[in-house]
Design a binder for this molecule. Structure first.
Ligand SMILES: NC(=O)c1ccc[n+]([C@@H]2O[C@H](COP(=O)([O-])OP(=O)(O)OC[C@H]3O[C@@H](n4cnc5c(N)ncnc54)[C@H](O)[C@@H]3O)[C@@H](O)[C@H]2O)c1
Ligand SMILES: [Zn+2]
Length: 343
């Protein structure tokens, strides 16, 4: 079977290897589609070399069909359509014992810390499987993982129907947060400097703002009749966005930090104090977020076709990465079985 590996030094390689029978408690999945995301780019750029063992088969957003089931696996059969929640926790650390397994202090993020989905046949622990309904296409289902991120972020914010929410950053995650928040009844304003991304989001009916042109604080104040937004999602990772975010939230409003900031940022703590703001982190997802993501995609509540900007074969991963690096794409799916090669 074929797999794609990050071998270090910005390089990916397509390799042939033998498939392995699933061990006890494991399932072998014939991977259909894998979505590439910003984290994959960080891996390829070497930013995570201290963490990842090379060669690494990366990829953690996926859909597929069960190919074989190992010993002691119950409830799953070959032919079942599935996605994988790529988290493997130890169950014993203080975070796990407090019920926060998704952010286990010794978390194995599958696809970063251990082999991921960019291979034709992938063995995973059966507990990571999430069932897909028959009427959800495998292409659309490859979005379950990033949609689950958005669901988790919106749930963490405690947003309510009728709330006004600002999303800072209109990449795939910001776009999905805007969709989920609107589905839950919020009015959304999305701030994004890139004109192409802004247009893509505006075409879906979400109000947008260019931060390089408009005074964001004044615009949000006008939009909320002087109150400020109920919820602000920081999804850009930009220092300037963090500095500005506190000015956008209402008294006792909530700011959710979704982006992964590579270095410490300056925050206007006076504003946090003055308005009694809540500043929350939101990291990955829990199983109910995954299940809700499946439901939202099945219900057509997420504009999957607007998020997926292209599909490429397993032999073109390097090209897909270059498209993403150039900022020309939103989400590219890798069609893992496209080469027609079989084990
Ligand atoms: N919390 C989690 O578990 C989790 C999961 C997935 C991704 N992430 C993080 O979420 C962030 C967003 O992911 P993505 O894939 O959408 O990334 P992305 O880089 O595609 O999107 C970020 C967007 O922010 C925009 N931006 C830059 N400066 C801005 C500013 N000053 N104001 C407004 N927008 C600005 C960029 O133009 C870009 O479109 C990343 O930091 C990513 O690492 C977090
Ligand atoms: Zn733990």
């Amino acid at each position: 079977m074929l797999a794609v590996e990050y071998i270090g030094d910005h390089a990916v390689e397509r390799v042939k290897r033998d498939s392995v029978d699933p061990g006890p408690g494991e399932v072998r999945v014939r991977v259909a589609y894998v979505g590439l995301c910003g984290t994959d780019l960080h891996i390829l750029h070497g930013n995570m070399d201290a963490r990842v063992r090379r060669p690494l088969t990366f990829g953690h957003e996926m859909s597929g069909i069960i190919d074989a089931v190992g010993e002691a696996v119950e409830g799953w059969r070959p032919g079942d359509a599935v996605t994988v929640m790529p988290l493997d926790w130890d169950g014993t650390c203080p975070a796990c014992r407090a019920g926060h397994e998704h952010i286990c202090q010794n978390l194995n993020f599958i696809g970063i810390d251990s082999p991921g989905a960019l291979q034709e046949l992938w063995n995973v622990p059966a507990e990571t499987l999430v069932a897909l309904p028959a009427d959800l296409s495998l292409r659309t289902a490859a979005l379950v993982e990033p949609v689950a991120v958005a669901v988790h972020d919106v749930r963490r914010s405690e947003l309510r129907a009728g709330d006004k929410a600002v999303v800072i950053g209109g990449g795939p995650i910001g776009m999905l947060i805007a969709s989920v928040a609107r589905e839950y009844g919020a009015e959304v304003l999305l701030i994004e400097p890139d004109a192409v991304r802004r247009r893509r989001i505006a075409d879906l009916g979400t109000a947008t703002l260019d931060p390089t042109e408009a005074d964001q604080a004044a615009a949000v104040e006008a939009w909320t009749a002087g109150a400020g937004a109920d919820v602000v999602f920081e999804v850009s990772g930009a220092a300037a966005a963090v500095r500005g975010a506190t000015a956008l939230a209402r008294v006792r409003g909530t700011i959710v930090v979704v982006a992964i900031h590579p270095t410490p940022r300056e925050v206007d703590l006076h504003r946090v104090f003055w308005r009694e703001l809540r500043l929350l982190g939101a990291r990955v997802y829990r199983r109910p977020d995954f299940e809700e993501a499946v439901r939202l995609l099945q219900a057509g509540a997420i504009p999957a076709d607007a998020v997926i900007s292209g599909t490429m074969g397993l032999d073109r991963v390097a090209e897909a990465v270059a498209e993403l690096e150039a900022g020309r794409a939103m989400k590219i799916l890798v069609d893992v079985q496209s080469t027609g090669a079989r084990p």
